[in-house]
Design a protein around this ligand. Sequence first.
Ligand code: F3S
Length: 755
Amino acid sequence: MAFDIDMIKAVYAQITERVEAARKIVNHPLTLSEKILYAHLWDGNPSKVFTRGKDYVDFAPDRIACQDATAQMALLQFMQAGKPKVAVPTTVHCDHLIQAKIGADKDLQEALNTSNEVFNFLGSVSNKYGIGFWKPGAGIIHQVVLENYAFPGGMMIGTDSHTVNAGGLGMVAIGVGGADAVDVMAGMPWELKFPKLIGVKLTGKLSGWSSSKDVILKVADILTVKGGTGAIIEYFGEGAKSISCTGKGTICNMGAEVGATTSTFGYDDSMERYLRITGRDEVADAANQVRAHLTGDPEAYANPEKHFDQLIEINLSELKPHINGPFTPDLATPVGEMTEKAKKNDWPMEVEWGLIGSCTNSSYEDLTRAASVAQQAIDKKLKTRAEFGINPGSEMIRYTAERDGLLEVFEKLDARIFTNACGPCIGQWARAGADKQPKNTIVHSFNRNFSKRADGNPNTHAFVTSPEMVAAIAISGRLDFNPMTDKLTNESGEEVMLEEPTGMEFPPKGFDVEDSGYVAPPADGSNVEVVVAPDSKRLQLLTPFEPWDGKNITGAKLLIKAFGKCTTDHISMAGPWLRYRGHLDNISDNCLIGAVNAFGKETNKVKNQVTGKYGEVPATQRVYKAEGIPTVVVGDHNYGEGSSREHAAMEPRHLGVKVVLVKSFARIHETNLKKQGMLGITFANENDYDLIQEDDTFNFIDLENFAPDKPLTVEIVHADGSKDTIKANHTYNQAQIKWFKAGSALNLIKTQNKS
Ligand code: F3S
């Protein structure tokens, strides 16, 4: 049994008291999101009202899930915390490091050949610290979580932005950076700005070619890629109840594409059915006992304009199938309106590939609906004009789909069945000819369709649609194919039409699997040895950062004065560097290489004040480190925006940068810097940014008196000997100053463990 029923029962045991306490305090009927948030406060019973979109609140998540790319650094850090076990149930899923090329077996073997040391590392750390481990080929993190771990009313965090998929089973599930996950693994609270709430009222019922995917494609159309930022999207209404649990998962999954913190649905019969068919009667029985607390209060849904910050209404009976794209998931086109739009925009009409699967759309229902279309093609003597690829979401889905003949249907159309893994969804697709960068169109049932995401080709126009529409379009070979009106000519020259897809929510014979790919941790993992080869290029055990020596930082040289936008991508690039996510020293060779130097306006070219020569940022910084010279990075507004990746804070720290002085920080990056023991400060007067010159030396002359709310004084010594003395603000509280003194938050946790 993979799920932790005792933990779930413990959550339900306190939910009544906490929800009632919250209702009294806020003094109005509660939405589901509020119930889950208030029931998961770190301090226990709610005692104050939090302002949505404003207050930062400490939460106590119930679970953590990590995927193989992000888990490496998260677990390397956790190993530094000196804890014998993770504090909350945690799982690791090997799904990102598997390329789709030839087909499942060969591709999986190839992944094992190239990334085995990473998988072995993740497996052994999991064993040692009580973490559930899902082997390569076991499935995609979010599908596996939905099948095994998600539970109504729960709160989880995961080191992947589509963690939000678990909202399909009534959770508040949120994607975070590795550093946040490590805190929770180590028994610390998790901080989040209390989200705003967007209500989506669903009426009517889906039918014909319309599916749950179209709900979120429509929501993306309405909200755009930024419209959900800082908010939880909560779906409710009769229409919501009519959607299957996995369909709800699809909708929540793509909430990430509108920037939402997460999305969720209230507990209903569809969720109960899903829990039972996936072997979790105990969870369903426990949930039924607190059913009223696992959905919003009826009064909140009756007057949604009063209880949500924004309200959207969608009538499912009128919802048309959509195709969104290319290059952005919010560019929506209803099927039937594509001809004109594609011509106008010069999108290639011929479709080369149709891809089904990913964490977004690989449920049994999805596969049966797509297979029902594929079967018609066989029956009506149609051939697929585009190539066809399928990524099952989990081994349980794959095994069951094979047993029930679904995969055979696709194979009859020459579909390639790829490994149960992310594959093309995360650019792990060795697509023949993509390197020549031809302009072309593909359709897929994934979530993201940014330029280059699937095959690395910037000229691939990727469109997102439902699995059944992918099947229909792949058969027709045309982007503007409308199965509701258009005829196709079969091998006998006859004109035929595709009928509406039919699907099954669950397999009639139930789900089955021989080897799910799950490895349970031993009860006592203390003797498990975690092996990292000293000469490994991909993994490196971390050495704790040095604590602060208690002295003012003096004689610090300017490494770079970043000009304009400097996101976490500029600080720690992705792409080919993903390979080194588990090797801090190697990945540090990308440190700040994307930042534009204010002097010369070039990237990755800075003056080395030791040699007087210009060089690359990481190499220059390594010279300063070797000479024992502290350095400062200066930045503009919103420094460190973008992803929450902790590498952007760890790399400069590892290379010996001591201070990041900017006009303003993106908040998550600022916190990450603090966690890694860096001094992240802001110009009290932002015009002082203009005082910084290329050969400057910095003295932080009152750091010895570092205290909350007390600005620091910075002496800037210019090359001609002249000086400017400025003030810098900071947001370190007492606890965060302790992190700084200890050298990092993890160093502090470790000392606390010992005392
Ligand atoms: Fe991400 Fe894998 Fe899903 S890449 S979007 S978790 S299929």
